[in-house]
Design a protein around this ligand. Sequence first.
Ligand code: NAD
Ligand code: DAU
Length: 353
Amino acid sequence: MKLLVTGGAGFIGSAVVRTAIADGREIINVDKLTYASNLKSISSVAHNPLYQFEKADICSAGTMVKLLAKHRPDAIMHLAAESHVDRSIDRPSKFIQTNIVGTYQLLEAALNYFNTLDGEKRENFRFHHVSTDEVFGSLSMHDPAFTPETRYAPRSPYSASKAASDHLALSWFHTYGFPVVLSNCSNNYGPYQFPEKLIPLIVISALNKRPLPVYGKGENVRDWLHVDDHAVALLKVLDYGKLGESYLIGGDAERSNLDVVRAICSLMDEAQGFGPHEELITFVTDRPGHDHRYAIDASKIRNQLGWRPSVGFEEGLTQTVQWYLANQAWWQPLVKERYSGERMGLGTSKRTV
Ligand code: NAD
Ligand code: DAU
């Protein structure tokens, strides 16, 4: 299969690229290389004959039309997006542009290309739109987990932009018969995650003996999934998902933020041979509109596609902390160059240490 991936230099996209190439698929990675990207995350496959890279912006329909005509993929997996909630609160415009307008431009170009296909190539073509559980909004501790039937109720500029893009993708299926599959996943963690997200931010801050910023009281709950398990699930949905349907992907690992931060602190105590790193925990002003809890009912992908997570959260977190400690050359330049001027993870808004 020749698969065109958008956002393949990002955290999840790079895991998809590595997994798909190991699987023997040909990959065309289309990425604009924003601040969140890192080509070093795919250096292991950069010289593989199955891999090609195109630096391009999904917002340019003309460029997308040309790339699709040039590479003639069998499928598209669309991951390119602005992905950090705090940045969407501080400056929403890029989220509207990339996540909504960019998805629209890509859909236009892809439909155009699809309409040039015939026979088996047309019958087997797929457009996989990769989305998030955040489109379903916020749960209380007693609410049942999200299912594919849960009503959309996004509450941040990021989740609203992703919800809009989900609706656009499915409307292309219903209106134009464009072969779309959709997936909504919970919080990913693992190697190569940009250090503005909770887990790498806490590891790196703890290593540098800096305050560990926990928003509000740390009671918000996320469901954590290892990124490599997500990559496998995405390829399953691409290969076997029913057209026009959505698959919810989760790790069955709900944890409060404070529990996650404390777990990282005790792993750091062990790794460094001193502590307690917990003394660095600092409660800071909450994220505006902070969704309380996300939880996924993944029975559809489990029962219909035979997928389940293979990495338990405690095992995956231990490996992840070790990875960040062993791979400082990967993240140091991101912290120094691209992130200077902003305190790690706090963006420019009101949250203060
Ligand atoms: P990321 O921020 O790490 O990477 C995004 C990638 O997209 C980067 O390489 C960036 O350069 C590229 N990109 C951004 N704008 C682009 C544009 N206009 N044209 C081409 N490329 C562009 O994101 P991630 O965490 O890997 O998330 C990938 C996708 O998965 C997103 O759609 C996100 O909404 C979704 N998702 C993420 C999570 C998570 O926990 N991180 C969970 C569920 C779903
Ligand atoms: O649920 C899927 C989503 O998970 C994806 O769609 C997003 O792209 C991804 O960024 C992630 O969103 P979150 O907002 O949940 O992830 P983040 O790592 O930013 O925050 C995780 C939790 O930790 C959240 O409740 C906010 C909190 N937090 C975060 C940071 C950066 C803190 O308490 N302190 C921090 O410094």
